[in-house]
Ligand binder design. Structure first.
Ligand code: FNR
Length: 387
C-alpha cells in the first residue's frame, strides 16, 4: 500500500482547523492563467504555446471531456494502492514528469529544482536533451530518485554515443527517444516575438558540456558561444530519421527504450516489431502538428494493438486526477505530466513543483476511491463511458 496521497487535502483544510492556504491554486486548469501574470511574455508563450492555430492542444483537452467516469459504490475503497512498475522502475503512483527542455526560462533553479521535487515524491524525472543543466548536475540533484533520459537524436553518431554513455553513467535507467520534434513546428506565439530560447543560450547545457561535441569545435564554447550554440542546435534538429536506425540506439543503450510521439496504430506496431520496450502515445502537447487528433483519441486502439507487447504510456493534456484515471482505463500503464508542473516551477521553484505534483496525486487518489476503485489495476474501459 502506498502513502495516502489524498492526505494533502487534510494538510490544507486542518492546520489547527483554521486551514492553511496552499501556496497557489490547487486547480491545474488555472495554472496557465496564473503563470502568465508572473512570466515574461517570451517564456510564457514558449511554455503555453502550441503549433499553428492551437487546434491540437484544444483537441487534447476535448478528447478527455468525451470520456466520463462511471462511479461504483460500496467497494471498500478506503485503502488504495496507486503503485505500479513501468519498465523496471517502481512508481508510487502512475505518474512521471514529462521531459521538458529549457527550464531555466521559467526559474533560475531549473532542472535541479524539478529533479529534487520529483525525487522527494519518488516519481521519475525524465531529463530532456534540451536541458539547461548538465546530465551530471541533474543526477546529483536527483540523488536516489528514479531518472530516465530523453533523447533528441544528434545527427553525429559519436556525439550521440557520448551523450548516451554520460546518461547511463549518471544513473539514468530508461531511454526515451522523442520522434515528433525532429524539427520545430510553426509556432506563431514564438514567431511573433522572434523568441527561440536555444539561440539565446538556454537549454544547450548537455551539448556544450559534451567532450565529443566540444572536440568538433574550432573554438571552445567559452571562446565563441554563438557558434557553439548554432552548431549544437543544428546537430539536434532538422534531420528526420528512419526506423532502420533504431538499432544504433540498441547498440549504445543497454536499458529499456521508449519511443515518444506515437499516434498511429501502425507506428505502434512498428515499434513493437522493432523490439522497443515502450511507447508514449503523445502529440507533444499539441506543439508539433496543428490540426491533429487529440492524443487520447489514439490511445484505446494503440493499447489494444500492442499493449501486450510493450508498455504503453501516455501524455498530452493530462491536468487532473480524473484525466489520469481515464488514460489508465483506456490502456496506459502510466502518464507523463507536462505543463502543469512547469507552471509550478515558475510559481515557486522546487516547492512549486511539489505543490502541483501533490495536488495531482491527491486528486487522483481521492477520485480513484470515490469512483469505487481500490487500485489502479482495477481500472478498465468498463470504468468509463463515452459521452
Ligand atoms: C515540452 N515537451 C518536450 N518533449 C520532449 O520529448 N523533449 C523536450 O525537450 C520537450 N520540451 C518541452 C518544453 C515545453 C515548454 C513543453 C510545454 C513541452 C513535450 C512534453 O514532454 C509533453 O509531451 C507535453 O508537455 C505534454 O502536453 P501537456 O500535457 O503539457 O499539454
Amino acid at each position: 500500500m502506498t502513502q495516502p496521497f489524498g492526505s494533502y487535502q487534510n494538510e490544507i483544510y486542518l492546520q489547527g482547523y483554521g486551514g492553511k492556504l496552499p501556496p497557489f491554486t490547487t486547480d491545474a486548469t488555472k495554472l496557465e492563467a496564473s503563470a502568465e501574470k508572473i512570466l515574461e511574455p517570451g517564456p510564457f508563450s514558449y511554455v503555453a504555446g502550441a503549433a499553428g492555430s492551437g487546434a491540437t492542444a484544444r483537441a487534447n483537452r476535448e478528447a478527455f471531456d468525451r470520456w466520463r467516469i462511471v462511479p461504483r459504490m460500496l467497494t471498500d475503497a478506503t485503502q488504495r494502492d496507486l503503485s505500479t512498475t513501468v519498465l523496471g522502475t517502481r512508481l508510487p503512483a502512475p505518474v512521471l514528469l514529462a521531459p521538458v527542455g529549457v527550464q531555466s526560462i521559467v526559474h533560475a533553479d531549473a532542472e535541479s529544482a524539478t529533479a529534487r521535487a520529483a525525487a522527494s515524491l519518488g516519481l521519475p524525472f525524465v531529463l530532456s536533451t534540451a536541458s539547461s543543466t548538465t546530465i551530471e548536475d541533474v543526477a546529483t540533484a536527483s540523488g536516489d530518485g528514479p531518472r530516465w533520459f530523453q533523447l533528441y537524436w544528434p545527427d553525429d553518431p559519436d556525439v550521440c554515443a557520448s551523450i548516451l554513455a554520460r546518461a547511463k553513467k549518471a544513473g539514468f535507467t530508461t531511454l526515451v527517444l522523442t520522434l515528433d520534434t525532429w524539427t520545430l513546428a510553426w509556432r506563431p506565439a514564438d514567431l511573433d516575438q522572434a523568441y527561440l530560447p536555444f539561440l539565446q543560450g538556454e537549454g544547450v547545457a548537455i551539448g556544450l558540456s559534451d567532450p565529443v561535441f566540444r572536440a568538433r569545435l574550432e573554438k571552445t564554447p567559452e571562446e565563441d558561444r554563438p557558434s557553439a550554440i548554432l552548431r549544437w542546435v543544428l546537430m539536434v534538429t532538422g534531420t528526420d530519421k528512419s526506423w532502420d536506425r533504431l538499432s544504433f540506439l540498441r547498440e549504445h543503450w543497454d536499458g529499456p527504450i521508449v519511443l515518444k510521439g506515437i499516434q498511429h496504430v501502425d507506428d505502434a506496431r512498428r515499434a513493437a516489431d522493432a523490439g522497443m520496450d515502450g511507447i508514449v502515445v503523445s502529440n507533444h502537447g499539441g506543439r508539433q502538428v496543428d490540426g491533429a487528433i487529440g492524443a487520447l483519441e489514439a490511445l484505446p486502439g494503440i493499447a489494444s494493438a500492442v499493449g501486450d507487447q510493450l508498455d504503453v504510456l501516455f501524455d498530452s493534456g493530462v491536468r487532473t486526477g480524473a484525466d489520469v484515471i481515464k488514460a489508465l482505463a483506456l490502456g496506459a500503464k502510466a502518464v507523463l505530466l507536462g505543463r502543469p508542473w512547469v507552471y509550478g516551477l515558475a510559481h515557486g521553484g522546487e516547492a512549486g513543483v511539489v505543490h502541483v505534483l501533490r495536488s495531482l496525486l491527491a486528486d487522483l487518489d481521492l477520485t480513484l476511491g470515490l469512483s469505487g476503485h481500490r487500485s489502479i489495476a482495477e481500472l478498465s474501459p468498463r470504468s468509463l463511458q463515452r459521452s
